[in-house]
Design a protein around this ligand. Sequence first.
Ligand SMILES: [Ca+2]
Ligand SMILES: [Ca+2]
Ligand SMILES: [Ca+2]
Ligand SMILES: [Ca+2]
Length: 419
Amino acid sequence: MSKFSLSVRLGLIFTMTGVAFGIRAPIVIDGEFDDWASVGVAATDALGDSVSEVDLGRLWLSDDDDYLYLRFETTAEIDASENNELRLFIRGENGQELEWHLGGRTGVYRFGGSVTATSLDYTQIGFRQMPTVSTTVLEIGVALDAVPDGVNQLFSGMNVEVWLEERAGGDRLPDAGSISYVLGQGALPEETVIDFEKHRTSDLRIVTYNVLFDRIFNLLYADSFRRQIEAVRPDVINFQEIFGHTAEETRSLIEGWLPLEEGAQWYASEPSTEFGDTITVSRFPITRFWTLDALNSGTGNLAVELDTRELLGYYTIVINAHPPCCANDNARQVEVDQIIAFLRSGVTTEVGQAIEQNTPIIFAGDMNFVGRAQQPRTLLEGDIVNESNFGEDYVPDWDGSALSSVVPRHSESWWLHLD
Ligand SMILES: [Ca+2]
Ligand SMILES: [Ca+2]
Ligand SMILES: [Ca+2]
Ligand SMILES: [Ca+2]
């Protein structure tokens, strides 16, 4: 075969179907994209071929032992989990076809040309997607062992076909046909396990835990909570959703599970509002605390100052927050605006004695960041949106830079969480 005819044939194949050979990689669905560095672009869609702002661009594909991964770009920010008309299609070797509507958080499954499941829930395909806030780049995982209709596996061989449709603007990636992908190509690195030993005496172990309507006090669940807390041995625990129990009851529960050395005791604080659900328990004395009730709703977030001077040489501020969930973007923004305003006023002494220069500041909690990316941006960079209520922007790190966002992984896996 001459070189000429070979290249013509390859050219035809690539034009017709866009074959993307698999490069397995340790992808983590966390909204960070460094993990894709070794994965080449699988397809590049033209820009300018959509009549809406959402114009699909590049697509990457990867896999590991458990998931098929996709990463793709759009020109305008989208909220990946609502208010969008994006559809992901995955087709298997034997007549399987998944149609997943990102904005509806649901899908349809077809097998052999017939619909075999509708109103799919994300758990039925092991669906993972990050970031949870508005973005122009998304990463998605779909479980390789998914059986969407309970009978027919979505992935039954090594070959899969993938495409995306954006129905508001009429864009499609690729314009016609699909991207073919071969699973299982290439080696994965070994997963490393993080042990639970503390390696430095100055290590501070901070946990955040939404305990779902006081379940930690419910005898049905208390033992499971106890085992986790005993295993992790935290120094500070930020609890959310403790509605019907006090800080003292929570402190005494932890005291019973994790008794400290002779002469030491646990401490706890809660907001002074009627419906506050945040409680912070600490092995360090709580020297001050502040109720942050931005909405005057009787709920409220909590800031505590811990006396960590013996361990670290300085105090530590820990903010335990639980802004409202779901579509409530405006209320969440008000709460994060107020947290930044609190830090600014803590520095300028409006809240009494100033927060000491260079005191570490740690945010923890159940942030419910599932809407606009502005909310985490406000917390990290100090860009207040409601400036007429909460005053001017305040960059929250002491050196005038943004705070860092910690993306903690699971101890047994490079994933952030396991099912
Ligand atoms: Ca990632
Ligand atoms: Ca496009
Ligand atoms: Ca297109
Ligand atoms: Ca601003």
